[in-house]
Design a binder for this molecule. Structure first.
Ligand SMILES: C[S@@+](CC[C@H](N)C(=O)[O-])C[C@H]1O[C@@H](n2cnc3c(N)ncnc32)[C@H](O)[C@@H]1O
Length: 233
């Protein structure tokens, strides 16, 4: 399945990714062979200014399990603030990169202390509104291996526990009218599909599929990515 409408990015540089994750090279090569645009050194809170993203619009911008790193216990208020700042910065950057009727998806754990991040409230502070929340079942994503992403055990999985896909959008009346929000969410359910891949963050573009290939040198790395199946929203 061609992935030419997918842009996959990481905060880490290519060299750091390769050092941190044993399957990085093969995963990136697979993505590259399938035509995905690969970007590294992309800070999700500043991505709207990134040279390769500034003029692009996406219909899905997805951040799987955002986390600001292991600098203290998860219930430490300072850590919760760091995680919230990351997600809020991501929302602020992503909101200007969407096409009309598009969505931002965040996969996130829903047990305490992760629920204290309060994604719904975070989003309302920077204009996308929560339109739908669905259970995240890892078995729906064969080949996806979640990663801690930081510290000496970065290549190890973290316990997923109970997690959800939080879907945010810009329904004009979303803040005021929950009925309109639900209706808009169900319209999306019927009409759109998306696909995710095991990278820290994914941007899905529907335009100018070969933009990156034409304009930039991509790190050429082997590929055998285990792609998630296309799933209905
Ligand atoms: C818990 S890991 C999840 C990794 C992967 N998305 C997954 O689903 O397994 C958290 C990820 O957030 C990324 N991250 C942290 N701060 C970031 C930022 N400012 N911009 C982009 N990614 C960031 C880290 O690089 C790390 O990969």
């Amino acid at each position: 399945m061609p992935l030419s409408n997918i842009c996959a990015s990481s905060l880490d540089s290519y060299d750091i990714l390769v050092k941190k994750y044993k399957n990085a090279i093969s995963n990136l090569e697979n993505l590259d062979k399938l035509g995905a645009c690969l970007l590294h050194d992309v800070d999700a809170t500043k991505m709207k200014h990134h040279t390769d993203l500034a003029n692009r619009k996406f219909d899905r911008i997805i951040f799987n399990f955002p986390h600001a790193g292991f600098h203290g216990k998860e219930d430490n208020p300072h850590m919760i603030r760091m995680h919230r700042n990351l997600v809020q910065g991501f929302f602020r950057s992503a909101r200007g990169m969407l096409r009309a009727n598009s969505e931002i998806h965040v996969n996130h754990k829903t047990n305490t202390p992760f629920s204290l991040w309060n994604l719904k409230k975070l989003a309302s502070g920077c204009s996308p509104a929560l339109i739908q929340r669905v259970d995240f079942n890892v078995e729906d994503y064969p080949g996806y291996h979640n990663k801690r992403g930081d510290g000496s055990r970065c290549d190890e999985p973290f316990p997923l526990g109970k997690s959800c896909i939080f879907k945010f959008g810009f329904c004009p009346r979303a803040k005021k009218a929950s009925k309109a929000t639900k209706r808009w969410g169900s319209m999306c359910n019927k009409s759109q599909h998306f696909q995710t891949v095991p990278m820290p963050m994914q941007l899905h573009s529907t335009s100018d599929f070969n933009y990156h290939r034409r304009n930039h040198t991509v790190n050429r790395i082997p590929l055998h990515v285990k792609l998630h199946p296309i799933i209905p929203n």
